[in-house]
Design a protein around this ligand. Structure first.
Ligand SMILES: [Zn+2]
Length: 261
């Protein structure tokens, strides 16, 4: 595969990342997402021109400040753009695309949609402590459908979605919503439909492990008090990300260890 394709995908990823930034801003501020909407500076409200909206380049040329009010542009903007682009290229090279087939194309698109949703959930929950169902539910249904089309086992997909959602719901009920939010049950559904069974277990295992390590670190460095609210979505998305690419090898490795001992 020529490098040219990767460059095109990278630029496409930057554009999608730029769209994600706009989506995050507009959903939270309850502004229209489609139709004749112009992007504006969150500080001064000045309508932005095309030259202010080029992914990465505008941020560099403006040295991270709004052209009109000179207030700082959040690092979120270039970071989300670059991360989306890198994830898209990574997924494409991971899945491989030596010759054209509809199945392979669907697989790549499915991975891109899942990665988009993961990054969106990560940023949105970290920033606002909220899970946006407008994104999570359609993406959950979409990945269920695509996974069935490309040959996934229906009962395994449904089992994974139901198991994860019920697992989080159970936790929500016993902690009375202090640990985990109801929104996380919808993320669980999405994770299950994206990963299927048994890969969902790998995702949940890593989500809790990373969550535990980060919580301990924040407590020990006194960045956060005991019992302070912490969004769980970012950990769920990290666990899902690991499982999406490495669950099969992790499961194989785990059972080999069991056989040896
Ligand atoms: Zn401004």
């Amino acid at each position: 595969m020529s490098y040219f394709v990767y460059v095109i995908i990278f630029i496409f990823g930057l554009a999608i990342g730029s769209f994600m930034n706009a989506l995050i801003y507009r959903l939270y501020n309850q502004k229209p997402i489609v139709g004749n909407v112009r992007s504006e500076c969150p500080h001064c409200g000045h309508v932005l021109a095309w030259r202010d909206l080029i992914p990465i380049l505008s941020f560099i040329m403006l040295i991270g400040r709004c052209r009109y009010c000179k207030k700082k542009i959040s690092w979120q903007y270039p970071l989300v753009e670059i991360t989306t682009a890198v994830l898209f290229v990574f997924a494409f090279s991971y899945l491989g695309f030596s010759s054209y087939s509809t199945n392979q194309l669907l697989k790549v698109l499915n991975y891109w949609v899942i990665l988009f949703a993961l990054l969106f959930i990560f940023v949105y929950d970290l920033k606002y402590f909220l899970v946006e169902d407008v994104v999570v539910i359609p993406v959950a249904i979409l990945s269920l459908i695509v996974n069935i089309i490309i040959g996934g086992t229906i009962w395994k997909l449904l089992l994974a979605g139901a198991a994860a959602a019920l697992f989080f719901l159970f936790q929500y009920l016993i902690t009375k919503g202090r640990g985990i939010g109801l929104g996380d049950t919808r993320i669980g559904l999405f994770m299950g439909f994206a990963l299927s069974w048994p890969n969902i277990i790998v995702a949940i295992f890593f989500a809790y492990s990373i969550g535990l390590v980060v919580s301990l670190f924040l407590l020990l460095t006194r960045k956060r008090k005991v019992g302070a609210q912490m969004p769980f979505g970012p950990f769920l998305t990290m666990g899902t990300f690991i499982a999406l690419f490495w669950a099969d090898s992790i499961i194989k490795w785990y059972f080999n260890i069991c056989k040896l001992s």
